[in-house]
Design a protein around this ligand. Structure first.
Ligand code: ZN
Ligand code: ZN
Length: 154
């Protein structure tokens, strides 16, 4: 009994992992999630600043009107697990997401307190080891500046 149940579970897992053997509805679902993921990736690339799940949803419904906030969350998790996007954490804020290729280039962020947008900052002041007490070693650093962006100052 236990053996046959295990066999069924393995066969099921195999069918799920192969799109060719999946029923038509599963193929449609696969096509839909690929479309959703590429839509989310192209929005992040186009806006060229880190976006929150909320901002992404507001932009994604322009191309996929039926997309829900929870679908956006699910796709963001999958894209992050696949190493295509990185989460930018801002203290006390929901995460923002940027492309992995952008994250690979060391940079910092600016958070506008008025419109809540996060922007990339080029460069790094460096020299941070000088802040450390004697005997400490520095492994990484995150710098988030906050204030008002030019659109909000105007
Ligand atoms: Zn602003
Ligand atoms: Zn830096």
């Amino acid at each position: 009994m236990a053996v046959s149940r295990k066999h069924r579970a393995t066969a099921h897992a195999r069918a799920r992992s192969s799109a060719q053997h999946a029923p038509a509805s599963a193929q449609q679902a696969l096509g839909r999630s690929t479309r959703q993921r590429s839509a989310i990736l192209s929005i992040i690339a186009r806006e060229s600043r880190p976006l929150s799940p909320y901002e992404l949803h507001a932009l994604a419904i322009r191309t996929i009107p039926s997309i829900s906030q929870s679908t956006v969350y699910r796709n963001l998790r999958a894209l992050e697990e696949a190493g295509e996007i990185h989460a930018v954490s801002i203290p006390g804020q929901p995460p923002r997401y940027e492309l992995a290729e952008v994250a690979a280039h060391h940079h910092h962020h600016f958070h506008c307190r008025a419109c809540d947008r996060v922007y990339d900052l080029e460069g790094c002041p460096g020299g941070l080891r000088g802040l450390l007490p004697r005997g400490f070693t520095l492994e990484e650093h995150t710098i988030v500046l906050s204030g008002k962006c030019s659109a909000c100052v105007a």
